[in-house]
Design a protein around this ligand. Structure first.
Ligand SMILES: *[C@@H]1O[C@H](CO)[C@@H](O)[C@H](O)[C@H]1NC(C)=O
Ligand SMILES: *[C@@H]1O[C@H](CO)[C@@H](O)[C@H](O)[C@H]1NC(C)=O
Ligand SMILES: *[C@@H]1O[C@H](CO)[C@@H](O)[C@H](O)[C@H]1NC(C)=O
Length: 391
């Protein structure tokens, strides 16, 4: 009898507790502010203002359905945590000429404890923009808006959301601290220009976990000034693989320290895991403590590559060696198929050779035979089953 009573009491307490929790949380359904012609730009602006000024945790909810959204900025700091729950399909204007290419389509700025979640899809409608993108050959090309900008966020999570067909990069993470992407999806065709998945810059403690990134450019790129970046159980392809860099193009760049890429699958891409720096570089920063472990490559043209002569479209002089120092790099347990005979390419700088590079258990096959390793300006430490270095 006593037992039963306590079970009932316990259930009651749980019910009350969850009700109290619910009552404390302000829920703003996007319908509250309306969506004339399916456009939620003005409604979302109002919803954000209400959520951001709320003294208690707030939740913005966009239910299933298709909506249009113009360029928008969600600014903090806010008073309490915010859950931004999107289950709908949100569409950007297809006409890139009507958007400001210096801004992102959707920007979250100076916010702490933001959670962007849900089964929602953010469709950048980039097809028309890709067709006119001539940034490869034209330095003064038209700037295009990225799908997402996450700037100066702390302790935030992006979960389950999909970013589709951005006009250029899908996500730019800048100056963030403790931000995790979990079960995040990026999709764009292999032929879409410059549609990098996630670019991270000047940030600390960023995690990308259990995510799937298919795009036309880098899957994930880790730019300058990043510390403690963890990429785990991510599938990349098509695209250009996971990159550090490019580094050395601009003055005032900051060091890269602490990158862990673990248990990833990379397929049908130009590169697998890559560190790229510009020759004739301006700065003299270093990139160190980078780990690439337990990676499966499928039909990857350059599965493992350090390229300190990265110079697309001959934009620089390869005569002047890169000044970026690369050290403490681990390539371990890397297996699968290479689409070229060079499975490992370590092309380091003649002025600052790479140091403490470890190759451990590299099992890459090109057309059924072991792929080779090329090592220039580096003497890697070899461990276990690895191809011998050639020049
Ligand atoms: C994020 O953290 C930094 C460093 O602790 C702090 O200066 C900044 O004010 C925080 N931003 C917000 C929006 O809370
Ligand atoms: C990182 O952010 C998450 C999500 O807000 C939070 O639960 C966690 O405590 C934070 N970690 C640190 C070390 O602040
Ligand atoms: C191999 O990868 C390339 C991209 O690097 C892709 O175009 C090609 O279709 C892939 N081959 C197969 C058999 O999937």
């Amino acid at each position: 009898m006593d037992m039963k009573l306590s079970v009932i009491q316990f259930t009651l307490i749980l019910l009350l507790a969850s009700f109290a929790n619910y009552a404390q949380c302000l829920v703003i359904d996007i319908k509250k502010y309306g969506a004339p012609n399916g456009d939620i730009t003005s409604g979302l602006t109002k919803a954000w203002k209400e959520a951001c000024t709320s003294r208690t945790k707030a939740k913005i909810y966009i239910p299933k359905g298709t909506y249009n959204l113009l360029q928008i900025e969600f600014r903090g700091p806010c008073n309490a945590p915010i859950d931004f729950h999107v289950d709908g399909m949100i569409k950007a204007p297809a006409e890139y000429t009507k958007m400001d290419g210096n801004k992102q389509w959707i920007r979250f700025d100076h916010i702490s404890h933001l959670t962007l979640l849900g089964s929602g899809v953010f469709d950048g409608q980039g097809a028309a923009a890709w067709k006119q993108n001539d940034c490869g050959i034209n330095k003064n090309c038209r700037k295009l808006p990225m799908n997402f900008g996450f700037g100066f966020l702390n302790h935030s999570i992006i979960r389950d959301i999909t970013s589709k067909d951005s006009k250029t990069f899908h996500v730019n993470v800048l100056s963030c601290n403790n931000v995790s992407f979990i079960h995040f999806t990026v999709t764009a065709p292999e032929t879409s220009l410059n549609t990098d998945g996630i670019h991270i810059g000047r940030s600390t403690d960023i995690k990308i976990l259990n995510s799937n990134i298919a795009t036309g450019d880098d899957c994930i790129s880790v730019g300058d000034g990043n510390k403690q970046v963890m990429i785990e159980k991510v599938t990349c392809g098509p695209g250009h693989g996971i990159s550090v860099g490019s580094l050395g193009m601009y003055a005032y760049e900051q060091n890269v320290e602490g990158l862990f890429v673990k248990s990833c699958t990379i397929k049908n891409t130009q590169n697998g895991v890559r560190i790229k720096t510009w020759p004739s570089s301006v700065g003299a920063i270093h990139a160190s403590d980078m780990h690439f472990e337990d990676i499966t490559m499928i039909n990857v043209s350059n599965p493992v590559i350090i390229d300190q002569e990265y110079c697309p479209w001959n934009r620089c002089s390869k005569q002047i060696p890169s000044k970026i120092k690369i050290s403490k790099v681990v390539f371990k347990d890397i297996r699968g198929t290479s689409a070229t005979k060079e499975g490992v390419t370590l092309l380091c700088s003649r002025s600052v050779p790479c140091e403490e590079v470890l190759l451990s258990n590299i099992d890459l096959k090109f057309k059924g035979t072991p792929a080779i390793a090329k090592c220039i300006n580096v003497k890697p430490i070899l461990q276990g089953n690895v191809p011998a270095c050639t020049r």
